[in-house]
Design a protein around this ligand. Sequence first.
Ligand SMILES: Nc1ncnc2c1ncn2[C@@H]1O[C@H](COP(=O)(O)OP(=O)(O)OP(=O)(O)O)[C@@H](O)[C@H]1O
Ligand SMILES: Nc1ncnc2c1ncn2[C@@H]1O[C@H](COP(=O)(O)OP(=O)(O)OP(=O)(O)O)[C@@H](O)[C@H]1O
Ligand SMILES: [Mg+2]
Ligand SMILES: [Mg+2]
Lengths: 226, 226
Amino acid sequence: IVKLENICKNYYLNDVAFPVLNGVNLQIETGEFVGIVGESGSGKSTLMNILGVLDHPTSGKYYLNECDVFSYEEDELAALRNRTIGFVFQSFFLLPRMTALQNVGLPLLYRNLSPEKIKEQSFKMLKKVGLEEFHDRKPTQLSGGQQQRVAIARALVGEPHLLLADEPTGALDRRTSDEIMSLFLSLNRHDGMTVVLITHEEKVAERCGRVLRMEEGCLCQVEQIK
Amino acid sequence: IVKLENICKNYYLNDVAFPVLNGVNLQIETGEFVGIVGESGSGKSTLMNILGVLDHPTSGKYYLNECDVFSYEEDELAALRNRTIGFVFQSFFLLPRMTALQNVGLPLLYRNLSPEKIKEQSFKMLKKVGLEEFHDRKPTQLSGGQQQRVAIARALVGEPHLLLADEPTGALDRRTSDEIMSLFLSLNRHDGMTVVLITHEEKVAERCGRVLRMEEGCLCQVEQIK
Ligand SMILES: Nc1ncnc2c1ncn2[C@@H]1O[C@H](COP(=O)(O)OP(=O)(O)OP(=O)(O)O)[C@@H](O)[C@H]1O
Ligand SMILES: Nc1ncnc2c1ncn2[C@@H]1O[C@H](COP(=O)(O)OP(=O)(O)OP(=O)(O)O)[C@@H](O)[C@H]1O
Ligand SMILES: [Mg+2]
Ligand SMILES: [Mg+2]
């Protein structure tokens, strides 16, 4: 489902190039559950933004379902992204003036669904992350871990084929973190959702099918002690 | 240094009271290193906001260095807070249009220091968290863990007597997380800085002198297996 070929990414500040990704190669089969680990600042979120079609690489190719993603026009990309990908951001990016329920329903606005159907799907997903009684709270009226779970519900509401989760349990206590991982694993096993998950927690990495480490701007496979 | 007596806090939404803290009693001696654990949504950040004089309790008393904090006027409180407390927020709250160096220097603007002195102190602190080469980056040009470290440097730059850290290693990999904990512990042991730290990571809680658990809106002591 995902194929990255020699992806390079430089950031430019005052015309100085800062290379972050130096030739990332990655191939993920449909239905896999992949974990990505690596040091702070090593380029994991940068890679996720490219996988999520939110940022362009400096060079290299990205095939999503065998489509050469970056040869598309922006509006075609937006449609592809909305249908296929669910993204949990490291800093959540919830809209502060919308309720939890409205935030969760945002990805569904692009589809031909009635407002009632959108509300129903959003409520169902909030229930799955244990937050149904907080549906009418705004983000500032929620704890850090509750905000993170709203972001997770939003990523899942459209039943994506590919879930990209950037440190999705970073703000969660052990028990809630386990519940979220079990939710991801069950969607992976029963609905065939492919998962790419960044984490710096060993207990989370241990539950992934395979673990890759970001080092010096490249991905390499980690020995998995199963 | 810190004494909380029967602190209660309700949030009010549409005139409905939601009790979050139900009579928290806490006494912390100068130089202690206290960890606070508890489930997502249990009230830890709410308690921190009261300790940091950023929010008022619904009832109860808070004595900071034997001063009844909430009997003061707002401007006196601001001065007390700036002199005494360093706060690492769960969601960082960095100013997006300032560089890392400027963000770190913010607490020093209230003191009678020259701009050069402020720059020097800020740079020194950025160095302590390993980010000196990123001093002129804006927050959006930093990784999640780098942003968290800027927030930590900002909390420490004024050499506070009391450090309140809300999940300060949540976005950090194992190695960087250990470095930050060692920095806190050394400031605690050599400079006598009192530390109250919220975490949901066992490895971090194990390094605290004493651990308290937030449950049902009250704090209770956790058995420490040393
Ligand atoms: N917009 C930007 N401009 C310049 N440099 C950037 C920008 N965004 C990120 N960087 C830099 O790119 C590097 C990789 O950042 P990235 O966010 O991908 O790291 P990460 O692995 O996700 O780290 P963390 O675990 O701390 O979240 C960092 O050194 C960061 O400072
Ligand atoms: N402004 C607010 N208005 C109403 N309720 C709020 C507000 N802020 C927080 N809450 C609620 O108060 C409770 C405690 O929140 P708090 O942020 O203190 O939790 P926490 O222990 O820090 O959780 P986490 O580990 O997820 O960060 C939560 O149920 C939250 O929904
Ligand atoms: Mg990141
Ligand atoms: Mg919190």
